[in-house]
Design a protein around this ligand. Structure first.
Ligand code: IPE
Ligand code: IPE
Ligand code: MG
Length: 245
């Protein structure tokens, strides 16, 4: 029996964000190259996107490459960029067929031109998808995003587009790259580390965190449902007390 049958469909997380970690260690344990770990990781993405869609999750955000990841050895960075182009191009038709809309968060200016082009083509092609929004966080970091938002807010105050007195939490949310997305309900990190690595710091203010030792290439459909089941066993109080919920 699949764990999907155990999910409470009235209490599904609307938005799941995932820190896909452990590709390198997965490969190392098998005597393979880190690149092979990343290639295997793409297979896990396919499985998890399908599973999320099957479980009627509406938004899935995947942390694929952080601002800090630019500091990795150049062969690994180049290999990852080539893999992105290959995977995005290959998957576009299926994503479209399955009603998956692709969205992007991150610093596109740092991405190589072929990655930008593949991404933009995929975003255009899948724009009509209504089943699941799949957000790719690529060359993304939360501190970068918050600094960008601060610069834009300051500039708009100077231009008189917004008033300083009107700046509140909603204003900040509207200037982040995630402006069109609800905040994540559930944040999953694979690979055993229990840290957030500069991912969605503002947006995860009230997310439920789920850490698993499973390396990303081994994470699949049932592992996703297990994480959702764990989430459904929690009480989200948002500062209130149990009796108020
Ligand atoms: C996550 O796996 C993928 C990216 C960060 C691009 P890692 O490459 O970080 O794998 P580990 O942590 O070295 O095992
Ligand atoms: C976080 O993984 C970034 C992504 C999964 C894209 P890392 O493996 O880069 O994180 P740290 O540096 O170990 O915290
Ligand atoms: Mg890692």
């Amino acid at each position: 029996m699949s764990l999907i049958d155990k999910l409470d469909h009235n209490r599904l997380p609307c938005h799941i964000a995932v820190i896909m970690d452990g590709n390198g260690r997965w490969a190392k344990a098998r005597g393979l190259s880190r690149g092979e770990g990343h290639r295997e990781g793409v297979g896990a993405i396919r499985k998890v996107v399908e599973a999320a869609s099957k479980a009627s999750v509406q938004y899935l955000t995947l942390y694929a490459f952080s601002t800090e990841n630019w500091s990795r050895p150049s062969e690994e960075v180049d290999g990852l960029m080539d893999l992105m182009v290959y995977a995005i191009t290959r998957e576009t038709a299926d994503l479209k067929k399955n009603g998956v809309r692709i969205a992007y968060i991150g610093d596109m200016e740092r991405l190589p031109e072929n990655v930008c082009a593949a991404l933009q083509e995929c975003i255009r092609e899948t724009a009509g998808g209504e089943r699941l929004t799949l957000v790719l966080a690529l060359s993304y970091s939360s501190k970068w995003e918050i600094a960008e938002a601060t610069r834009k807010i300051t500039s708009d105050v100077t231009k008189g587009i917004i008033q300083e007195k009107d700046i509140n939490e909603d204003t900040i949310s509207r200037y982040l790259t995630t402006r069109d997305l609800p905040d994540p309900d559930l944040l999953i990190r694979t690979g055993g580390e229990q840290r957030i690595s500069n991912f969605l710091l503002w947006q995860c203010a009230y997310a439920e965190f789920y850490f698993t030792d499973t390396f990303w290439p081994d994470f699949g459909e049932e592992e996703l449902y297990e994480a959702i089941l764990n989430y459904q066993g929690r009480e989200r109080r948002f500062g209130k007390i149990s009796e108020q919920i």
